[in-house]
Design a protein around this ligand. Structure first.
Ligand SMILES: *[C@@H]1O[C@H](CO)[C@@H](O)[C@H](O)[C@H]1NC(C)=O
Ligand SMILES: *[C@@H]1O[C@H](CO)[C@@H](O)[C@H](O)[C@H]1NC(C)=O
Ligand SMILES: *[C@@H]1O[C@H](CO)[C@@H](O)[C@H](O)[C@H]1NC(C)=O
Length: 515
């Protein structure tokens, strides 16, 4: 009896201990009462100021979440061994400096997509073993700005390998180094190529993140993982030190849980970088006083929004259809003027023309070769080397997914007649299509369900902002606002106002390995 009692007592004790450790592991509330889960940058800064939270505690929280959830979600590729030291430095600076003298991202942990260079202990590989061990010459321009602002580089996020410019057959969100990233809501397709950033902020593995987009790579994963993505006007944010696809279309932008967080990140990373000349020309688009001033609840008032009927003709009564109608009404109620049933004149031409593919092929080869040449050391020095590397390591690089895009790109030979024609076609398509639509109707922005507009925004270098808009069963979906070059402030204003009117995002369930 006694021994049975004792043993069951010890069992009870060990179970209780287990429960305590588990619940403290899973707890998202600090002793001070601050809940970190779903906290915005503003919440975190307030908690810092009130001494309810330190950057060290914040980093420890996220490291724990990564430990628990990342084995399932695979949103994080590498954790920065120096993250805690950076947190301690931020805490020290906060103690020593005058309140209000620090930037909004000071002491805030950020995860950057693995194609964005960091000159530290982290590798920069675009998810491929071919770049493991490569040494970058310097931090990417955007990382340099993050460090100056006092942000903590928490680590590298997974992605579709080479930002999905290896093969059409590779699954979205998969890379040889990172494995298959999972959507935390469905444990299915996260969409890429900035899959890891979207997965990680959605699942509260980090405060904020950076992705990159060439065509859809910020907007689609944000749409699918119920987070906010800003695809900035091309050139607004430096691409220097980013494993490239196309200097004409590539752009670095925030993926966050809220529009305000995304605006703070954009404010920090936008601006001139001598290593990316396009930032000089685009700096005229940066508003004096930054982007935060456009976080206005009544930002929809008086805005002219075009509703472009692309794939969605409506009337089939799907949930998406009903939700979108509801949202259009919300936009109206908030004071926006909706101009409905708009069509882009040359939409068929845009969707059937092969110009983008032709351009990306030669641009990828030229710009990747340039990126690789500038590395201080690297196992591969050219696209041809990467292709050869993949052939040599078919198992680790899962060559069954193929490398058709790389092979196609390698066959190009600079800018010939066909390439020039392709570039001209896209300029013309944009002018006769999206630009004409916007100007003819005097629109501030267009509003589109999902990320279905990304192609039109991509070929013209236009900005887009996507915001959570609903859930179909477990699958989140977003609503996208797009505009002309330099309209990023307006899009933020519109997106913020819509977000505050609807507050749709809810966090996914906690994901951990079943034992
Ligand atoms: C970078 O890659 C090397 C080689 O695999 C590895 O030893 C190192 O831990 C990686 N760095 C980080 C921060 O994970
Ligand atoms: C509506 O449903 C019909 C029949 O399934 C389909 O052919 C049509 O494409 C759908 N329309 C839209 C706008 O989804
Ligand atoms: C570009 O435009 C021309 C003229 O409209 C057309 O013939 C051609 O198919 C387009 N596409 C490419 C890839 O050149």
């Amino acid at each position: 009896m006694a021994s049975a009692c004792a043993s069951s007592f010890f069992q009870f004790l060990s179970i209780t201990l287990l429960l305590v450790t588990l619940s403290s592991m899973l707890s998202t509330t600090l002793a001070s009462g601050i809940s970190i889960k779903e906290a915005t940058v503003q919440d975190l800064q307030l908690a810092f100021q009130r001494k309810q939270l330190t950057s060290r505690q914040l980093v420890e929280f996220y490291l724990k979440q990564i430990n628990i959830q990342n084995p399932v979600l695979k949103g994080v590729l590498e954790v920065n061994p120096d993250a805690l030291a950076q947190a301690d430095r931020a805490d020290k600076e906060r103690r020593e400096k005058a309140a209000g003298s620090l930037s909004r991202l000071h002491g805030i942990p950020i995860l950057v997509k693995d194609n964005i260079a960091t000159k530290d202990k982290l590798n920069t590989t675009a998810g491929s073993f071919a770049l493991l061990g490569s040494v970058v010459p310097r931090d990417a321009g955007v990382v340099n700005k993050l460090r100056k602002a006092g942000a903590i580089i928490l680590g590298k996020a997974t992605l579709s390998e080479w930002s999905h410019y290896r093969s059409n057959g590779a699954p979205s969100g998969w890379s040889a180094r990172g494995g298959q990233g999972k959507n935390p809501y469905t444990l299915d397709d996260p969409c890429g190529s900035s899959s890891g950033p979207a997965i990680s902020v959605a699942a509260n593995l980090v405060a904020v993140s950076l992705g990159t987009e060439t065509d859809g790579s910020i907007l689609c994963p944000s749409c699918m993982n119920s987070v906010v993505g800003i695809k900035p006007t091309v050139g607004l944010t430096s691409r220097a030190g980013v494993v490239p696809i196309s200097p004409r279309q590539d752009t670095v932008g925030p993926i966050c849980r809220t529009v305000s967080d995304a605006a703070y990140v954009l404010e920090t990373i936008a601006g001139i970088d001598p290593f990316d000349k396009a930032t000089i020309e685009a700096s005229k688009y940066i508003p004096k006083g930054g982007y935060a001033q456009f976080l206005k609840k009544d930002g929809l008032r008086g805005k002219r929004l075009g509703v472009v009927r692309l794939y969605y003709e409506f009337g089939n009564d799907t949930l998406l259809d009903k939700t979108f109608k509801l949202h259009l009404n919300t936009l109206r109620r908030r004071g926006a003027v909706l101009i409905d049933n708009l069509k882009i004149d040359n939409i068929v031409e845009i969707f059937t023309d092969q110009s983008e593919q032709i351009a990306l092929n030669f641009e990828f080869k030229l710009s990747l070769n340039k990126y690789l040449k500038e590395l201080v050391a690297s196992p591969v020095k050219s696209l041809a080397d990467v292709i050869a590397f993949n052939k040599k390591h078919p198992k680790s690089e899962k060559l069954e997914y193929g490398q058709d895009l790389m092979v196609q790109a390698e066959k190009t030979n600079g800018i010939g007649k066909a390439e020039k024609q392709a570039l001209l076609n896209m300029t013309r398509s944009s002018q006769n299509g999206f630009e004409k639509l916007m100007k003819r109707n005097k629109l501030d922005a267009v509003v589109i369900p999902l990320a279905s507009f990304s192609n039109i925004l991509a070929i013209g270098g236009y900005p887009g902002v996507i915001v959570p808009a609903g859930y179909e069963k477990d699958q989140p979906f977003g609503i996208c606002f797009g505009g002309l070059k330099g309209s990023d402030p307006k899009l933020i204003e519109i997106a913020y106002s819509f977000e505050q009117a609807t507050l749709i995002r809810k966090p996914p369930p906690l994901r951990k390995l079943e034992v």
